[in-house]
Write a protein that binds this ligand. Structure first.
Ligand code: ATP
Ligand code: MG
Length: 433
């Protein structure tokens, strides 16, 4: 039996030491989305199961084996959302955001898939994603990719590869489907069980198979690029031209399909070799049919989602310095009078410097013990007040870290005394905006 006092398998806690990097990532993402005029949409965690079946597709890994679905007390089948796009379209239709309009939306939050947990793969994981509605041209694809490129760059992530493909339009895909089934039938014996089963119902899914044997067979599969019609080719050319204009490097991968059925034309993935098998950090594409499929008028759409845990793992793997949530200042005091002054001064500093992380010592004790806590807090500076400082209306400022900003001189050890009214000015530089 499962240990009731451990978290559910694949569902993780994020502790304060890591949460700061999450917050930083989210703040950067919010800035990047805003820089392109994308507005946040907050979507519920729970939807009717039918929404995902109809959008993601019945014959996909997600719907066949990964959804957390259950019956509620009224007997309705509900599912913890495995992704954000279906909910976004549902919400857009429900609130009249999509008909004859252009919408630039982003979302963030937990997603749920019943997969085998391993590094970079969890049952509750987190995505950031964007969706753009109402723009049929390649410019929307290029913009969506540019937002992603800027986000990855702002997060300090380098060495990623952008893989790009197009599934053409409906005609192209129908022709490709036929060609692919023909090819797969010839090699049926060498395919994995899922692929054999899907070969007829959803042959493009086979291209996404994770079985190495199947992938070996697929090396000789026909290429969708060879069956494009004029419209599909023009759109794909437009995307590539736009990326070239912006200096965004990419590699066309004619075998790239996505794990969800709603994609119709452009598809893309950013991959890394640094995270083992979980190499895809951001993925998306155009899904012009989904809004209509879910009951709306035909509406062009393009979007992507990234896995937040994988981005954070990659930052670690690349040694990108991230926020650890450390305090800026640790305030020590010696004696009761000093404690009361320190408490007031601490509030004044928090008023004066938005964003300042100041820990006020609690519990008394010798200065050496207080400084030990100060060091553990990660603070750059310790402030110290005792009776002498109260008398002089000063605070002793002690540098705890190499490179912590100090006033004027290079000389390290000499204690520095700062007048109360100058303290805020002295500390303001600790807060990085
Ligand atoms: P994969 O091939 O790794 O299973 P996917 O194609 O199922 O990914 P999408 O549905 O496109 O993934 O989701 C977008 C991104 O979300 C992925 O590129 C990945 O970064 C992240 N992601 C997907 N599933 C998980 C998971 N179980 N745990 C952590 N991150 C995930
Ligand atoms: Mg998957």
């Amino acid at each position: 039996m499962a240990n009731l006092f451990q978290s559910v398998r694949g569902f993780n806690d994020v502790l304060p030491a890591d949460a700061a990097a999450w917050q930083q990532l989210q703040r950067i993402a919010g800035e990047v989305f805003a820089a392109y005029g994308y507005g946040e949409i907050r979507l519920p965690l729970l939807e009717h199961t039918a929404l995902f079946k109809r959008s993601i597709g019945e014959v996909t890994d997600i719907v066949e084996k990964e959804m957390f679905s259950f019956e509620d007390r009224e007997g309705d089948s509900l599912t913890l959302r495995p992704e954000g796009t279906a909910s976004c379209v549902r919400a857009g239709l429900e609130h009249g955001l999509l008909h004859n309009q252009q919408q630039r939306l982003w979302y963030a939050g937990p997603m749920f898939r019943h997969e085998r947990p391993q590094a970079g793969r969890y049952r509750q994981f987190h995505q950031l994603g964007l969706e753009c509605y109402g723009i049929a041209g390649a410019d929307a694809d290029v913009e969506a990719i540019a937002v992603a490129a800027r986000l990855l760059k702002r997060l300090g992530l380098s060495g990623l590869t952008l893989e790009l493909n197009s599934l053409g339009g409906a005609d192209t895909r129908a022709r490709y489907r036929a060609a692919l089934i023909g090819f797969l039938q010839k090699h049926e014996a060498a395919l994995d069980a899922d692929s054999k089963r899907r070969m007829h119902s959803n042959p493009l899914r086979v291209l996404d198979s994770k079985s190495p044997e199947t992938q070996k067979v697929l090396a000789d599969a026909p290429s969708i690029l060879d069956v494009f019609d004029d419209a599909a080719r023009a759109h794909f050319d437009g995307v590539q031209q736009g990326l070239a204009d912006l200096g965004i490097a990419y590699r066309v991968n004619a075998r790239l399909v996505r794990g969800l059925d709603y994609y119709t034309s452009t598809v893309f993935e950013w991959t890394t070799t640094q995270l083992g098998a979980q190499g895809t950090v951001l993925a998306g594409g155009r899904y012009d049919g989904l809004v209509e499929q879910l009951g709306g008028t035909p509406t062009p759409a393009v979007g992507w989602a990234c896995g937040v845990e994988r981005l954070l793992l990659l930052q670690k793997a690349l040694g990108v310095p991230t926020d650890r949530g450390d305090a800026h200042v640790y305030f020590c005091w010696l004696g009761e009078a000093a404690q009361r002054e320190a408490r007031k001064l601490a509030e004044q500093l928090r008023d004066a410097i938005p964003g300042l992380r100041l820990v006020l010592h609690a519990g008394g004790g010798k200065l050496a013990a207080q400084l030990k806590r100060a060091d553990k807090s990660g603070a750059a500076l310790a402030l110290i007040v005792g009776d002498a400082e109260i008398e002089a209306r000063t605070v002793q400022v002690k540098s705890l870290r190499e490179g912590a900003p100090r006033a004027g001189t290079e000389a390290p050890a000499a204690p520095e005394f700062v007048a109360w009214q100058e303290l805020a000015g002295r500390l303001a530089g600790l807060v990085r905006r």
